[in-house]
Each structure stands twice: as C-alpha cells, then as structure tokens.
Design a protein around this ligand. Sequence first.
Ligand code: 13P
Length: 266
Amino acid sequence: MRTPLIAGNWKMNMTIADGVALVDGLKSQLAGVDGAEAAVCPPFVLLKPIADALAGGNIKLGAQDMFWEAKGAFTGQISGAMLQDVCCSYVIIGHSERRGRFGVVPESWEDELLLTFGDNDVVVNRKVLAAFTYGLTPIMCCGETIDERERGVTDDVVSSQIRLGLRNLTPAQVASMVIAYEPVWAIGTGKVCDPAEGNRVIGTIRNEVRTMFGDAAEAIRIQYGGSATPENIADIMAQPEIDGALVGGAALKPSFADMVKAAAAR
Ligand code: 13P
C-alpha cells in the first residue's frame, strides 16, 4: 500500500509570522492523523523558522527547488546540503513554473521569463540525482500545457518528461521518490482536471516508470496537482492511481489540514 502524500507548495507566499501561525495550527489539527503524510514547502528564507515550528509534529518539510552543486560561487543558488541542514525531507523539482521549454520561440516578455528560469529536462534530471546525494526525497513535477493537450500529445509530453527526468536513477531511488502530475492548465486556474482523466495520465506515467524500472513502479507515489481543494480532494483521492496531491493556493489556509484528513480517510 502506498501512503498518500499531501504536500503544500507555498510558492512565493507567506511571511515568517504568517507561516509559523499556519503550521502551528496545522500541527495541532493533524496530531495523531495517520494513513496520510503531510508536508509543507515554504520559500527558502522561511525554511528554518518553519522547521523549528514543525518540531515534534508529524508534518514534513520540503523546499521548492535546489541547485545540484554542494557549494561554491553560484550566486543566488541553494544547495541540497543547505536543505539537509535545515531538516528538509522533500524538494520539489521541475515545477512547471520553473521549467523552460525546448523549441519555444519567445513571443512576449512572459515567454522570455519562462525561458529564463530554464529548468529543462536535463536540469531537472541533475537536480533529482543531486537530491538523493543529500538524503532528500524529490517530488519531480511533470505535466502538459493546454496547447499540448489540445494537440493530443499529453501522453507523449509527460512520458518524455519522465524518461528524461529519471535517467541514471536506481530502481530503489525511484521506488522512494514522488512524482507530481500537474497539468499546467489546471494550476491556479480553478479548472481541476477531471479525476478520471488524472487517473488515466498517472497510469500512463506509472507504465513509463514500469518500463524503465520494473517493480519500482508499484512503490513510487504519484500525486495529482492543479486546483486541488478541500471540496474536490475526496474525488481525486477516490482514484486508485492517485497517491496524494501537490497543493498550491489551498495549502495557504488552515483547511489544508482537511485535505490531509480526507486523504487519510481513503
Ligand atoms: P494550485 O493548487 O494553486 O492550482 O497550484 C498547484 C501547484 O502548482 C502546486 O505545485
């Protein structure tokens, strides 16, 4: 049985005071809840105070990105060793808000920005490998854009992200990690993916993992992400292939605890 993971991606939100107040509340709401695992992924500068606030509870800490080198002249970057130092368990890698796209010709300054973050599949793979070096569990994101969905290439896009992102990993590493399927068009839009369709794509991802790593596919946890809320989490969790959720906006509220409880009750 795979234990569902409900992880909150706070993105670029929260002050130290607001974040600590939120996790203080979550910690008491989730005390004694088992059957699902909870994690919060605050911005880098909040990691240490949030780690202190989480001490003694059952909520794990994650970061939203990392660089693959251990230390050195890399202005603005944060290493896996630093994340380990502040007690992170998880690290989100390759979120669509950080991924660049090969072959995208910038047509607007928003396109330029997308390309600037530039986490392509090679970068994602390096970061995933580096996460394991520092004892972190990667949550590797994948997912198609609306344009890719409308062109009917969803499965190809996602399968390619999986093949390239998981290169050179061992089956044991793959079995222990997490993938988040986040259709880009469902993120922050309120347009949740139909749970049955999410289940289908996640099944495709699991098949790709099975082709590459055999039985590790039965152990790896594959989450859904994109407009997941306390209202729709039960429908999402009713799908057999879906092992939890990566939650954005709804993770900034105390009712995030209800999503963890719903996953635990499945
Ligand atoms: P929302 O839940 O706000 O749609 O964000 C999803 C997400 O991107 C989580 O990583």
